[in-house]
Each structure stands twice: as structure tokens, then as C-alpha cells.
Design a protein around this ligand. Structure first.
Ligand SMILES: O=C(O)c1ccccc1NCC(=O)[C@H](O)[C@H](O)COP(=O)(O)O
Length: 214
């Protein structure tokens, strides 16, 4: 099966264009004040405007979003999916999905097989599960840190919908990560940046080319 990619944390028209031209299936915009990739929903809506009629799905990346943020995102960006990267429960994921009408990507911080097991409670509740590396203790960010986990923890794992592998991927390791994990979907942020929050269009292209060859 072809691996599909999400390019996360976009903040310029050039990086959005590189993601679309390279064949990204998903593009992510971050709404988390402590992140160097943080955007106002209105700014993300402007960046996503050229994608409206196309096949690329837009993702709003959040951490424990309250109803006000969900409503504001749906009034502006109108994402296809809302990614939740905090301590959301299965019932909160259901609420966010019902309130927004968007699908939900539930992200998990992984450092052991037991961390992968906890995702079972969300299988069939969230549209996609995302397995991301556990950030180092004290990190201000729950995601987008460039940290990796042991990709083989996902080997042989099956879920009702395609799942994402994330965490420390880049153009040079993504093929090996796909092989070791068997993940059908991959996600990258810092591995296609030239500095914190600064996406590099050439690295986005290189990452998407590597995914196509994986
Ligand atoms: O990217 C952020 O700044 C961010 C902030 C708060 C919550 C989640 C965030 N990113 C989530 C993502 O989907 C990242 O792409 C994912 O964690 C992988 O990041 P990286 O290891 O840098 O490739």
C-alpha cells in the first residue's frame, strides 16, 4: 500500500505549496501558544484557502482544545480533521468530533509497548490514531520536538483505520521508519525545518520524495 504523508506546522504559502506539489495527503497548522509554529486560526485559513477544492486534507493541531477553540477553528479554517495532542479521553474525542463535524486524530506519546496498548480505547472513536515520541521531561511542547521512539513497537499492530507514525522523521530516515513500523501514514515537522518553526520547502520536497520511494 502507498504510504501517505502529513506535513505539520506550516506557516508560509511557500511551505504549503511545496507540500501540495510534493503530494502530501495532509497539511497541519498548529494552534498552541507555546509552539514556534503557533498560528491564529484566521492566518491558517488564509494559508489553506488554495486547498479548498483539492484532495489535500487540512488538520488543526491542538492540545486539550476547549469548545471555544473548536468553534473558532470551524468558523475560520474549517479543518477536515482536528488533531488532539493532550490528555483527551475517548468521550472528549467523541464530543469534539460531534461538535465540529470534523474527524479527530488522537495523538499518543510513546516510549513503551504499554503506551501503544492505551490507544486501543480510542480505536474506532478517533478517525486516526497518531503514535508520536514521548517528549523529554520538562519539554514545553507535547509534539513537534524531533524526538523519536523505537519504531518496531508498532510492528504488527493493526487498527480499524490507518494510523500515523510521527516523531523525529526526516528525509533520510523515513523509508526505514516505514519499513520497521509498517505504518501506513507518516507525519513530520522539525525534520523538514531549517530552524525552529521555519519550514524548508526543499526539505519538504525531499521528505515527500522519500515517502514515495518507501
Ligand atoms: O509541532 C508543534 O509545535 C506541536 C505543538 C503542540 C502539539 C503538537 C505539535 N505537533 C504535532 C505534530 O503533529 C508533529 O508533526 C509531530 O509531533 C512530529 O513532530 P517532529 O518530531 O518534529 O517531526
Amino acid at each position: 500500500m502507498t504510504t501517505q504523508a502529513k506535513i505539520c506546522g506550516l506557516s508560509t504559502a511557500e511551505s504549503v505549496a511545496a507540500a501540495v506539489a510534493g503530494g502530501a495527503a495532509y497539511v497541519g497548522f498548529v494552534f498552541f501558544a507555546k509552539s514556534p509554529r503557533n498560528l491564529e486560526p484566521e492566518a491558517a485559513a488564509r494559508l489553506a484557502a488554495p486547498l479548498r477544492q483539492g484532495p489535500v486534507r487540512t488538520v488543526a493541531v491542538t492540545v486539550d482544545p476547549d469548545d471555544a477553540l473548536v468553534d473558532r477553528l470551524m468558523a475560520t479554517l474549517k479543518p477536515d480533521l482536528i488533531q488532539v495532542h493532550g490528555k483527551e479521553t475517548p468521550s472528549r474525542v467523541r464530543e469534539i468530533s460531534a461538535r465540529s463535524g470534523a474527524g479527530v486524530i488522537k495523538a499518543f506519546s510513546i516510549s513503551s509497548a504499554a503506551d501503544v496498548d492505551q490507544a486501543r480505547a480510542f480505536d474506532g472513536v478517533a478517525e486516526h490514531l497518531m503514535f508520536d515520541a514521548r517528549p523529554v521531561e520538562g519539554s514545553a511542547l507535547p509534539g513537534g520536538t524531533g524526538a523519536r521512539f523505537d519504531w518496531s513497537l508498532l510492528e504488527g499492530r493493526r487498527f480499524s483505520r490507518p494510523h500515523f507514525l510521527a516523531g523525529g522523521l526526516d528525509p533520510w530516515n523515513v523509508a526505514e521508519a516505514v519499513r520497521a513500523s509498517g505504518a501506513p501514514l507518516v507525519d513530520v515537522s522539525s525534520g523538514v525545518e531549517r530552524g525552529p518553526g521555519l519550514k524548508d520547502p526543499a526539505l519538504i520536497t525531499a521528505f515527500l520524495d522519500a515517502v514515495k520511494r518507501a
